[in-house]
Design a protein around this ligand. Structure first.
Ligand code: SF4
Length: 375
């Protein structure tokens, strides 16, 4: 099922965080922890996954995500990276990304990451505003965000991305504009911007349930997202995926693999993998993962309809949209899709006999529109 021209990526989930951010539902553990057992388990899992991509072991991207990968020591990071290099053939132009948080950034560590072979940093800024950062329970403040952004901007890294969260509770348009003005001064080659979502079991969800905080306002989210799109256009960013903006040549290769249904191997607790046919996911429990990554791994075989629906969802998230021919629909399915298209607000979607794309306004409702189009 893996096509010869498809790129392949390896994702490593590093589950350690300084503290729990109020909105986060990723898998992570907090506090001062010894990383040794995790590193040993991750290295073992990489070794045991040597056949994951079949005979051809070439990979095109490595992504350290989390959690907070910047909490690993240089030696720990190096040992994982070395194992990836000795298990797979890492293509010479591979994208190697490290997610980092502002509180971990120093000139020395950024240089050391670069010398280790990391060639892209994704910095979790989220906002430069102290009040919003405190509400999000981030470990950094605005000053640290600015300091970290300056260090990365002045470093040897040409390829870096900043994360921003918009449509936040108590965030008004002036606050968003202030964040955007800071971005203008750094001009990151890539931006990942997320509308704040309230996930169950998070601190934020509880605070809203207890009426200590208001819920996120749909109008604020719409206003912020549309404002951001306008700003990005003025600043020459291409909006190539619902949450992703890039200057020329800085598309996130690893993430594009997910969106294009390319195979990827996920290492670490809660990490997901996809081999072209099946999806696998590791235990969301560090101790279980350490005991045996492969024994705790679950799997699911995707049906043809699952594949089509995923293609619809992933296609809609991208500016190139859905190429209808690539869905491989039967005549009956094609007629069903045409009927579903008529149920979508015409202001939210643009389509002809070959492609389906979301309008700018439609991008706000990508998930809902995708489920309307599902077979
Ligand atoms: S640092 Fe990232 S992964 Fe960790 S709790 Fe905060 S948002 Fe979640």
């Amino acid at each position: 099922m893996i096509g010869p021209k498809q790129e392949r990526g390896v994702y490593i989930h590093v589950p350690f965080c300084q503290q729990a951010c109020s909105y986060c539902n990723f898998y992570f553990v907090t506090g001062q922890r010894d990383h040794t057992d995790f590193i040993t388990a991750a290295i073992r899992e990489i070794k045991e996954s040597s056949e994951f991509f079949g005979e051809d072991r070439i990979i095109h991207s490595i992504y350290f995500g989390g959690g907070t990968p910047s909490r690993l020591t240089l030696k720990e990071l190096e040992s994982i990276l070395n194992q990836v290099h000795s298990t797979f053939t890492v293509s010479t132009d591979a994208e190697i990304t490290l997610e980092a948080n502002p509180e971990d950034i120093t000139k020395d560590i950024v240089n050391a990451w670069f010398n280790l072979g990391v060639n892209r940093i994704s910095l979790g800024i989220q906002s430069f505003n102290d009040k919003l950062l405190a509400l999000m329970r981030r470990a950094h403040d605005g000053k640290e965000a600015l300091h970290a952004a300056s260090i990365i901007k002045q470093s040897s890294f040409r390829n870096f991305s900043f994360d921003l969260i918009i449509g936040q509770i108590h965030q008004d348009l002036e606050m968003l504009n202030q964040d955007l003005r800071y971005l203008e001064s750094f001009k990151p080659p890539h931006l990942s911007t997320y509308l704040l979502t309230v996930e169950e079991k998070t601190h934020l969800h509880k605070e809203i349930q207890r009426k200590r905080l208001p819920d996120v306002a749909d109008r604020t989210q719409e206003e912020h997202y549309l404002h951001l799109m306008k700003w990005a256009q003025e600043w020459k960013y291409t909006h190539y995926e619902t949450s992703s903006f890039t200057l020329d040549g800085y598309h996130a290769r690893h993430n594009a693999n997910y969106w294009n249904h390319s195979p990827y191997l996920g290492i670490g607790p809660s990490a997901h993998s996809f081999d072209g046919k099946k999806r696998y996911w590791n235990s969301r429990n560090l101790n279980e993962y350490i005991a045996s990554a492969t024994a705790s791994r679950k799997e699911e075989c995707l049906s043809r309809i699952d594949f089509i629906n995923e293609k619809i969802m992933l296609g809609l998230r991208q500016s190139k949209g859905i190429v209808i021919d690539h869905l491989g629909l039967s005549e009956i399915e094609r007629r069903a899709l045409d009927k579903s298209l008529q149920a979508v607000n015409p202001l939210h979607i643009e389509y002809d006999s070959r492609n389906i794309r979301l309008s700018n306004e439609g991008k706000l409702y990508a998930d809902g529109i995708a489920s309307t189009l599902f077979l």
